[in-house]
Write a protein that binds this ligand. Structure first.
Ligand code: DAH
Length: 352
């Protein structure tokens, strides 16, 4: 006879169950959960020991104890599974306490083209559709191309208007031959020197002026130069081309105006303005009133300029124009301060 049999009473399963569940709830990691599993449900664990102890009990108590230990074991297995799911979910990187699907999403900061780049592309596309080639040129330019070949010799008063930034490097005669180009016009010369007519080109690019900045002046800005040289080109071609440009950019109903102006490299010279009010069909506004805004300088290429590059002025004529890009971008987008383009303020740039 087993000598312990008489003394033994059934261990208190409720107490064991109580502390097992309490410890289970306290597990926070899969490691501690596994330790708990080995302690209670492992091969040498508490539950197995309890089951083994059945044989120590008086036979009358055994069925009831056996039943209780089996259901306690089943309950612990079930709770173990639940706790494992809970820990895995809490520790997963995607876990959020709760998701409010009505909240706005996290915005993605998409980049966009700078408004000046967009405007340059629009303008170039308009001229490209009329058969103009798009070329670029150097921003550090020679006095020779920026002024002299454009009929602006040394000491010509027109130089005063260009507020030039000179490169601090002298040649043998003590002159400073280089500068930051004040306009894109030098590319007229550089191209004509290399190419015989017909020439049809537009030149987008940065230009630089020694200028105090304010809402309508920047010390650097963008221009688009245009040039067309061929047999029989007249002022009518100039007007037709620039009118078509205005129509593409500002709409079918835009009104344009040409007036005389002076630029040393063209004769006759002109400025073209558009009637800002004519481009809106908004009938609420008083569109009878005209609002002329100058958008470019232009003219017939001066014979001196054509001769300087070796073109035969009896055979060839041409027209040229220079567009201020910021001006167009400001008009099109209702912007009243040129400095906004270059402040790099994402609140402004993000709108384009
Ligand atoms: N280069 C001139 C400027 O910067 C603009 C200009 C005027 C260009 C008339 C032209 C032109 O080609 O014909 O002020």
């Amino acid at each position: 006879m087993n000598k312990n049999t008489e003394k033994n009473t059934a261990p208190n399963i409720d107490e064991v169950l109580h502390s097992a569940l309490k410890e289970l709830n306290a597990t926070k990691t899969l490691e501690s959960l596994d330790e708990w599993r080995v302690r209670y449900l492992g091969r040498k664990g508490i539950v197995v020991q309890l089951k083994r102890s059945i044989s120590d009990l008086p036979s009358a108590e055994r069925p009831e104890f056996g039943h209780a230990i089996n259901s306690a074991s089943a309950l612990l297995e079930e709770k173990l599974l639940g706790q494992r799911t809970k820990i895995s979910t809490n520790n997963s990187p995607n876990h959020t306490e709760s998701i409010d699907v009505t909240l706005p999403g996290i915005p993605i900061n998409n980049g966009s083209l700078h408004p000046i780049t967009q405007t340059i592309r629009d303008i170039c596309e308009a001229f490209s559709s009329m058969g103009f080639e798009i070329i670029e040129g150097p921003e550090v330019e020679l006095d020779h191309y920026n002024f002299q070949m454009l009929n602006i010799p040394k000491h010509h008063p027109a130089r005063d208007g260009f507020n030039t930034l000179w490169i601090d490097q002298e040649d043998d005669s003590g002159e400073r031959p280089m500068l930051l180009r004040t306009h894109t016009s030098p590319m007229q010369i550089r191209t004509m020197e290399k190419q015989d007519p017909p020439v049809r080109l537009v030149v987008p690019g940065k230009v630089y002026r020694y200028e105090a900045t304010d809402s309508s002046h920047e010390w650097h800005f963008s221009q688009i130069e245009g040039l067309a040289v061929d047999k029989g080109i007249t002022f009518a071609n100039l007007k037709g081309t620039l009118y078509e440009f205005a129509r593409i950019l500002f709409g079918e109903d835009v009104k344009v105006r040409f007036r005389c102006d002076y630029f040393p490299f063209v004769e006759p010279g002109a400025e073209m303005a558009i009637d800002w009010n004519s481009r809106t069909k908004d009938t609420d506004k008083n569109i009878d009133e005209e609002n002329w805004i100058e958008i470019l300088g232009a003219g017939m290429v001066h014979p001196k300029v054509l001769k300087a590059v070796g073109y035969d002025t009896d055979k060839y004529t041409g027209f040229a124009f220079g567009i201020g890009v910021e001006r167009i971008a400001m008009l099109k987008n209702g912007i009243d301060d040129i400095r906004l383009f270059y402040n790099n303020d994402i609140r402004f740039l993000g709108q384009f």
